[in-house]
Design a binder for this molecule. Sequence first.
Ligand SMILES: [Mg+2]
Length: 350
Amino acid sequence: MLEDKNPKKTALSKLGEFGLIDHLTQNFKINQESSIKGIGDDAAVLNFNNAQTVLTTDLLIENVHFDLSYMPLKHLGYKAVVVNLSDVYAMNAKATQITVSIAVSNRFPLEALEDLYEGIYTACKHYNVDLVGGDTTSSTTGLLISVTALGIAESDKIVYRNGAKPNDLLVLTGDIGGAFMGLQVLEREKEVFKVNPNNQPDLSMYAYIVERQLKPEARKDIIDLLEQLQVKPTSMIDVSDGISSEILHICKQSKVGCELYENKIPLDPQVISTCEEFDIDSTTIAINGGEDYELLMTISQDDYPKIKANPNFTVIGYITEEAKGKHLITRAETAIPLKAQGWNALNDQE
Ligand SMILES: [Mg+2]
């Protein structure tokens, strides 16, 4: 629905696999010291000296993880990189390299893949990571993208999910719920478009939440900030599935309980107004919606003075002994057990 009506279409068969890879990756440059050899040989060569290496991978499938009727390919390329970098940052590591593999059907002309790689290129530049390899193959149906990201950290800097201790503060970056509500708006506009294809959607009043869905950012800035403030979280995770599920991951791995305060959860005014418009409870969205790619961490109370004046951080609760359980404390001060409903489960309910 957001597509150009008369695009140029060059068949992929014109280039062949190697020609295609060369064409799509010709503008990518190597910037990281650790990238000894990037694309162009049988394998990339990397040298991390004595640093520990963080490795993460993600597979995205058309119509399962993304819908091209409202997701421009440029944004998809950007997002595919960002979601992986977010996992690297969630380890308190610095992202350095990625590989990208795609499978495409002949439905996609060269120009479509150029758009996809433009998004990948923009993300590489913005986050200063090198594209050092990948694969391109054909698919019988839709588009598949697999991104692998590498990062480095000194061994004493890496933050795992299992280090939270009772009395630690539960801290969230940014605000949440926006990506989920952005998706609701896009899905609604898609239905309108199906009925009337001439109807161009006006999304200006939803700009922030639509951007949170289509062009999320990974919180590299927070990793730099934590270093600057000399705060090492006791545990950390990125918010891909919703904070309820992420908090439970931390609690399970750290063998602790927690209290999350409903009235402390940071929401953008656009999330609140869109929730009202859709008649959905904003707290449900905040804790179960996903894809915000913020960072959720626990920090020692001793570190609180270092973060308290910083608008990037919000204390949303604290860690308790495991036996106390995991609860959401509502505005009415009722304790409700936290459940891992998550992003997918929320979709299934509709
Ligand atoms: Mg993660």
